[in-house]
Ligand binder design. Structure first.
Ligand SMILES: [Zn+2]
Length: 64
């Protein structure tokens, strides 16, 4: 199969998540997603995947 230009993904729990190669790349993407969705900066945080050499986004839980 030829390589297609879809982002790499992996399954975390029940969710399929986009993988980012570096923390910097993931942080930049997080800021773009926040702007695109009208979210507060810092809503998304970046963490290293437990099973692969890449990073994912996770949404911070709102304090109540
Ligand atoms: Zn992963």
């Amino acid at each position: 199969m030829p390589q297609v230009e879809t982002p790499e993904k992996c399954w975390v729990g029940e969710k399929e998540k986009i993988c980012y190669e570096t923390r910097e790349e993931a942080e930049m993407a997080a800021r773009l997603v926040e702007v695109a969705h009208g979210l507060e900066v810092g809503t998304l945080h970046v963490y290293k995947c437990e099973i692969g050499k890449h990073y994912h986004h996770a949404r911070r839980k709102k304090k109540s």
